[in-house]
Design a protein around this ligand. Structure first.
Ligand code: PAF
Length: 282
C-alpha cells in the first residue's frame, strides 16, 4: 500500500488506475481506525478493483469546544490496518494541503434539509464541514464508488443528497454498523470512555433495542421515547436527542412504515451516537 500526502502524487497514482480501466473505491475516514472502518474497506473491495482510503481529521466539521485537538491521530497504526485489510492507496493530506488558503473564506457546500436537526441541531455547521470535505475528496479522487458507515445515519443521508444534487457520478454504499460484543457501536470516540463508562455505554444500544420492540408492538411514540430518555438518564447519560424519524429522515406520519430511531447522548465527556431501523405496524 502506498501512502501519499500530496495532491499531485495522488493524481498521478489515480491516473495509472484509470489508464488500466480499474474501478476506484473510496473510503474517507478521520483515522484511528477500528473494525467498522475495515468493514468499509472490505465493502469497497467488493465494489471496486482498487481501494483508496483517506485519513484526514477535518477541522471544518468540528465546532468550537469540540474534540478537534484531542481527536486521536494514529497514522502508523492506521497504515498497518489498512494494508492488512487490502487497501491499495492511502491519501493522508495535511490541513494546508487540503485547505491551502485556510478556512476563513473557504467555498463551502451546504446540504439543506437533511443537515438540519439531530446532529445538525446539536453541532451547528458540522454537516457543512462534512459535505465540503467530502466534495473536495470526491473531486480529488473521482471514485466510482464510495463507502460510508450507517452508524452516521444522518451523514450518510447528507452525502446521498449531496451526490444527487451536485451530480457526482459516484455510487454511494452504506455499510452496516459494526458492534462490540455487548452491542456498543464501534467508534473512534469510544476510546475516550473510562472503564466504568465503557460498561454503561452499551446501554445506549440496549435502550434502542427495547424502544424498537415497543414501537413495533404499536406502543405510542411520544410515551415510548419519553421512557427511553428516562432510561438513558437513569443509566448516567445526558441525552442530546432521541428521535423516531421516517427512514429518509423526514417526520414520521400515520403512513410511515420504514423508520429509524436515532440517539445521541453524552457519557461523561464522550458523545456517543447510535441508530436502529425498524418497521412500524399498520
Ligand atoms: O465519518 C467520518 O469519519 C467523517 O465525517 C468523514 C466522512 C471522513 C468526513 O471527514
Amino acid at each position: 500500500m502506498r501512502t501519499l500526502r500530496d495532491i499531485s502524487a495522488l493524481r498521478e497514482a489515480l491516473g495509472e488506475y484509470r489508464r488500466r480501466g480499474q474501478r476506484i473505491g473510496l473510503v474517507p475516514t478521520m483515522g484511528n481506525l477500528h473494525a467498522g472502518h475495515l468493514a468499509l474497506v472490505e465493502a469497497a473491495r467488493r465494489h471496486a478493483d482498487v481501494v483508496v482510503a483517506t485519513v484526514f481529521v477535518n477541522p471544518l466539521q468540528f465546532g468550537a469546544g469540540e474534540d478537534l485537538d484531542a481527536y486521536p491521530r494514529t497514522l502508523a497504526d492506521d497504515q498497518a490496518k489498512l494494508e492488512a485489510a487490502g487497501c491499495d492507496l492511502l491519501f493522508a493530506p495535511s490541513d494546508t494541503t487540503l485547505y491551502p488558503r485556510g478556512l476563513q473564506s473557504l467555498a463551502q457546500v451546504r446540504v439543506p434539509g437533511v443537515s438540519e436537526g439531530l446532529c445538525g441541531g446539536s453541532r451547528p455547521g458540522h454537516f457543512d464541514g462534512v459535505a465540503t470535505v467530502v466534495s473536495i475528496l470526491f473531486n480529488l479522487v473521482q471514485p466510482d464508488v464510495a463507502c460510508f458507515g450507517e452508524k452516521d445515519y444522518q451523514q450518510l443521508a447528507v452525502i446521498r443528497k449531496l451526490v444527487a444534487d451536485l451530480h457526482f457520478p459516484i455510487e454511494i454504499v452504506g455499510v452496516p454498523i459494526v458492534r462490540a460484543e455487548d452491542g456498543l457501536a464501534l467508534s473512534s470516540r469510544n476510546g475516550y470512555l473510562d472503564a466504568r463508562e465503557r460498561d454503561t455505554a452499551a446501554e445506549l444500544q440496549r435502550t434502542l433495542v427495547a424502544l424498537r420492540e415497543a414501537l413495533e408492538a404499536g406502543e405510542p411514540v411520544a410515551a415510548t421515547l419519553e421512557a427511553g430518555l428516562a432510561r438513558l438518564r437513569a443509566a448516567g447519560f445526558e441525552p442530546d436527542y432521541l428521535e423516531l424519524r421516517a427512514a429518509d429522515l423526514t417526520a414520521v406520519s400515520a403512513t410511515t412504515r420504514e423508520a429509524v430511531l436515532l440517539a445521541a447522548a453524552r457519557l461523561g465527556k464522550t458523545r456517543l451516537i447510535d441508530n436502529l431501523t425498524l418497521t412500524l405496524p399498520h
